[in-house]
Structures are given as C-alpha cells and as structure tokens.
Design a protein around this ligand. Sequence first.
Ligand code: 2RA
Length: 341
Amino acid sequence: MGYRVVVAGATGNVGREMLNILAEREFPIDELAVVASSRSTGDIVDFGETGKQFKVQNIEHFDPTGWDMALFAIGSDATKVHAPRFAAAGCVVIDNSSLYRMDPDVPLIVPEVNPDAIDGYKAKNIIANPNCSTAQMVVALKPLHDAATVKRVVVATYQSVSGAGKAGMDELFEQSRNIFVGDSAEAKKFTKQIAFNVIPHIDSFLDDGSTKEEWKMVVETKKILDPKVKVIATCVRVPVFVGHSEAVHVELENELSAEDAQKILREAPGIMLVDKREDGGYVTPVECVGDYATFVSRVRDDSTVENGLAFWCVSDNLRKGAALNAVQIAELLGRRHLKKA
Ligand code: 2RA
C-alpha cells in the first residue's frame, strides 16, 4: 500500500526532477496527481522513465482532500496561496520555496543532518526544503561538526544557471550562441552577461550589502545544523548549466587533521569523497549531474587559522539542492509519521 502524492509545479526544472526521482527511488505511490498554474494546465509530463505520463491539472481547481502529501515547486507567491489550503485539508506540504524556511513552526529538513526535527511538522502540516546552496554544504559540514564542532564557515559559491530556472538556462545557451556568431549578448534574466563571465550576485540585495542568497546560507545553516555556527557567504552565478560548487573554509573548535576529515567524510551519509590530490582527482559540476551525492574534494588543512580546514564540494542543485532532498523528506515522513501497512 502506498501514498496519494501530489507534485505541484511539475513542468519546471525542480518539479520535473521530483517526478524523475520519485520514479527512480520507487517511492510507494498509490495515486499521483501533477498540478501547476493555469499556464501549464493540460501539458503532458513523464513520470521518470516508467513510460507513464500524466496530464497537468490546474492547481487552482485541485481539491487536496484525501491526498497524503504534496511536493511543492511553485515559487513563493503561489505557495503562499496554496500551501495553507493543502495543509488545512490534511495533505502535508513539502515546500521547495523560501516562504516557510525560517518559520519557527515549520521544520527545515536535510535528512542526513536533522531528521529528528521533522517531528515538528504537525504545527502547520508544512515541511520546508532548504536552499540548494545550503543543502549540499550542511551535508558536508554535519560529520565535521559531529567530530570537532564547526565554529565558523567562510564559503564562496559557484552556482549554475539552472538555479534561476529554465529562463536562466535559456539565457546562457542563447548568449553563448549569439557571442559565437557575433550577435548581441543582451542580459534579460541575469543582471549582466552570464556567458563567458561570472556574476557575484544572486537574489536581491539587503541593506548590509549582502544578497538574500548569502543571507539564506547563514540563517538556514544555523537552523539546520547549529545556531552557534557563524557563516559568511559570497554567492556567485557561473556559466554552468547544472551543478553548484562551493569552496568552503571551516574553523573548528577542536583539532581535526585533513586526513581524519577525509576518513570521516568517506563514511558520511550522502557524501562521496573524491580526493586523489592529483590532476583530475576531484569532482567538477558536469560530473555530478544526475547523481544523488554531495561530492567532496580538495580536503586540506588551513594553517591560517586555528583548527582550520578547507574543501571543495559539488552537487546537482536540482537534485540534492531541491528535488532529491524533497523526496528524501517524503520518505522520512512516511517512515516516521505516515506509515502505510
Ligand atoms: C539559485 N538558490 O541557485 C537558487 C535556487 N534555489 O538561484
């Protein structure tokens, strides 16, 4: 016996991956509904490679009564309207938008890091999925925190254009082609040219000069991992289609050698350590696409601070950074709270 599951936003980058991953992992589904805004109503979507296809229903007219859980990838504005409606009908919402992440009554979950926090979901019947750049970083930080207590993190991200949706991917493709043929490289989705360039700006600016993406990494890491951990982030958009990378510098409370950190990371859930300290002995974003793991490479001591470590971490932002984490939350919810005989 399985669940009655809704995927909301099934025609976007993340919603499509949610369907792929539910199918790949053979999530126990009795009935599946795919819903989206009126723009996509009637579209046909594939349920992974099962050969099954579903017609997209209009979320405005969808009655969530009797459905067990809904995986939302519809952006904050639509989530504000529909998440409370689904939750009130008894359908647990697993939300990929930023709307509820910092709500004290909504657990923000990365299953490898804070699975027990899911027990608080009943306050609102909503569980939040973190931002992509936070998700992969906390998976890598967790085992180091357990071993030697992370005090401070300095991180620079190299985030792919798929984090900005299909429009971001289209802009990178079109600009690259236009530049090759000598046409204009006008920026529409991004604030500056993204092809053959990098942009140190993701999401809106805040009063202190940081961006909202950087702020998310600070506050979400505290909520998921430990409120005492200090984080400073610089988030950068790079001309990569899929796969976010991060250069992470960590200050620990206790001594932990790079060699011991490698051993710990090798055994840690959700991590794949690829750290050969030779040409090509590390992972780059194109190699992580379609994978579940957070890949860690370039682990080394940082002798500029006491108990310092540095590493490189790469993950598929549409998977661990979004859809996979949401499906893992659904699996956890099922195991702990919505058991089916
Ligand atoms: C980005 N963090 O990469 C966003 C996606 N959630 O733009």
